[in-house]
Write a protein that binds this ligand. Structure first.
Ligand code: ROI
Length: 166
């Protein structure tokens, strides 16, 4: 059984059968899909955070969260499942770093270090992102990266400007 940490983010509403699904509901729906998988046990979910957008152009604020899960899936099987949830919930991959209905990232998978086409672990940009580290530190403050860096210490170096715990 592996321990994995997932980052969740959304800043767009999807239109499902004429109904708007707000970012918070996108995250809740994704968490339901995660916990419904037979080989995933959702252990802890952080609070939701409203966070200012990092990236180009005018974008709405994001809702971000982190989750801890136990799984029998391999990293790539887990990635496939996360991408199937993103697709179900109307994610359109268009511009890099553009607004999105739902973004599910594997942050850590055990203490695995890997760099292949589809998946780099730990997540390559998590070290400097307050919107990732704030929810992750809430659920696991003593967690460290494979290189020994503690996530709470990394968070102390990030700007928390505009990040609001909901
Ligand atoms: N900015 C915030 N605040 N939260 C995100 O989840 C997020 N995701 C992204 C980019 C576009 C980099 N910016 C973000 O992919």
């Amino acid at each position: 059984m592996a321990l994995a940490y997932i980052g969740l983010g959304s800043n767009l509403s999807d239109n499902v059968d004429g109904h708007i699904v707000a970012p918070q509901a996108q995250l809740n729906k994704a968490l339901n899909s995660l916990s419904s998988h037979r080989q995933i046990n959702l252990v802890t979910v952080s609070s939701f955070y409203q966070t200012p957008p990092i990236g180009p152009g005018e974008q709405a604020d994001y809702i971000n969260a982190a989750a801890k899960l136990e799984t029998q899936l391999t990293p790539l099987q887990l990635l496939d499942y996360l991408q199937s949830i993103e697709q179900q919930q109307g994610r359109v991959r268009n511009i890099r770093w553009g607004a999105r209905t739902l973004d599910l990232d594997i942050l850590l998978y055990n203490q695995l270090v890997q760099d292949c086409d589809r998946l780099t672990l730990p997540h390559p940009r998590m070290r400097e992102r307050g919107f990732v580290l704030a929810p992750l530190t809430e659920i696991e403050p003593q967690l460290s990266l494979p290189n020994g860096e503690n996530i709470a210490a990394l968070l102390a170096n990030c700007s928390m400007q505009g990040i609001v715990k909901l």
